[in-house]
Design a protein around this ligand. Structure first.
Ligand SMILES: *[C@@H]1O[C@H](CO)[C@@H](O)[C@H](O)[C@H]1NC(C)=O
Ligand SMILES: *[C@@H]1O[C@H](CO)[C@@H](O)[C@H](O)[C@H]1NC(C)=O
Ligand SMILES: *[C@@H]1O[C@H](CO)[C@@H](O)[C@H](O)[C@H]1NC(C)=O
Length: 361
């Protein structure tokens, strides 16, 4: 299997289990970590920029719950009515025969998620920048967010433009932008080209977050993710000097230490550059890849994904990177994309969760 996020399935999944890089993995499917949430609680009177709509009663943990079949309210939009979905994720157009994956709703155990209110979201974004930073999973969530909002905007007052690592969706009448910045490690790396980045021998430069971070300054809402690109094996190569050095100074760290270095850089950048009174910062935790059915194993996950987790993935028929051979077609496992998610689909749920965390913290 080859995708932009490709990594050896067995090594990444076993590492996942070994490294326990996130305590959330075992009992949640996905979580947003709201960075410096405490600050907002303490200084609630000053959170004028983001009107809090209310509290979710009984919802200490929206990430603990189950999937519920909901044909009445889902999907939240149609694949064909959102022109911004990249071909990799338009599963109906590429021949996926059913739509079962579009009808699942996330039901927390203690409460119900508020309905995604696109009007409220757009009003809140007036005069603001919302930015997703990370890898192609975050790009999927970014596109989902644009799909959830764009219907409220007339054709002539919206646009989407890509320049290198930065993609900007503009809602002109609102003077608002929703942006995606490609930085799969957040730090500078040899995989930073937004188009040509499928490099097997990955290298990340220590202390280099400003290389990309200067493009994030001024964002009002930031949603980071980084995870899967680090999962190449037990060790990871870190560049100490510069990519221009003739003789490169490279050290190998355990993948866990390398990832920790990345997370610390991100947190330092946030502390230095984001105003906790005016802005919100989120970190989206890992999305499980699921190359083998055993990867779905474990009691907690089995329960989370019942009653029929197969309906949530994998992508069997998104646009492929090359034409499929008859042998491949006969054996879907050989080309299935078990990393990304069809849209509309699961990633809309991530935005419903983000919406809940933004307005009902
Ligand atoms: C959505 O938000 C708008 C703006 O705050 C509000 O007027 C409207 O009543 C909300 N809609 C629903 C269904 O809650
Ligand atoms: C538009 O939004 C930007 C922030 O993204 C702000 O600096 C600028 O003043 C706004 N312009 C108008 C006309 O409101
Ligand atoms: C694209 O980005 C580069 C680097 O940030 C910038 O110099 C250039 O002006 C941009 N091009 C367009 C067409 O916006």
């Amino acid at each position: 299997m080859k995708t932009p996020l490709s990594s050896s399935p067995s090594s990444s999944s076993s590492l996942l289990r070994k490294a326990r890089l996130s305590p959330y993995y075992l009992f949640t499917f996905f979580a947003f970590i709201s960075i410096r949430q405490e600050t907002y609680r303490e200084e609630e009177s000053e959170v004028a920029v983001f009107e809090l709509v209310g509290q979710m009663e009984g919802c200490d943990d929206v990430f603990s719950g189950k999937w519920v079949w909901d044909e009445e309210n889902h999907p939240l939009y149609e694949e064909s009515e959102c022109p911004y979905i990249q071909p990799q994720l338009t599963c109906q157009e590429h021949g996926r025969p059913e739509k079962d994956y579009q009808f699942w709703r996330w039901q927390p155990h203690g409460c119900s998620l508020p309905s995604f209110n696109a009007t409220l979201m757009l009003e809140t974004l007036r005069g603001k920048r919302m930015m997703f930073v990370g890898d192609s999973l975050n790009r999927g969530q970014y596109v989902s967010m644009v799909c959830l909002l764009h219907r409220l905007l007339p054709e002539e007052s919206k646009s989407m433009k890509t320049n290198g690592s930065l993609t900007i969706f503009t809602a002109k009448d609102y003077n608002a932008t929703i942006e995606f910045y490609w930085a799969p490690f957040l730090l500078e790396s040899n995989s930073d080209d937004a188009v040509i980045h499928r490099i097997t021998d990955r290298l990340v430069r220590r202390g280099s977050i400003n290389k990309h971070g200067r493009y994030w300054k001024g964002a009002d809402i930031l949603v980071f993710n980084t995870y899967l690109w680090w999962m190449t094996g037990l060790n990871f190569k870190i560049l100490q000097g510069s990519f221009d050095d003739e003789v490169k100074d490279i050290v190998e760290l355990s993948t866990e230490d390398a990832y920790r270095m990345g997370m610390k850089s991100m947190l330092r950048w946030v502390r230095k550059n984001m105003d906790p009174k005016r802005t919100r910062v989120f970190f989206a935790s890992m999305s499980p890849s699921h190359q083998k059915s055993i990867d779905w194993g474990g009691e907690a996950q089995r329960q989370l994904l019942q009653p029929n987790h197969h309906d949530l993935g994998p992508i069997l028929l998104g646009k492929q990177w090359g034409p499929l051979t008859p042998e491949q077609l006969a054996n879907p496992v050989s080309y299935a994309d078990c990393v990304h998610w069809c849209l509309p689909g699961l990633q809309d749920t991530w935005n419903e969760l983000l919406f809940a965390k933004l307005f009902y913290p």
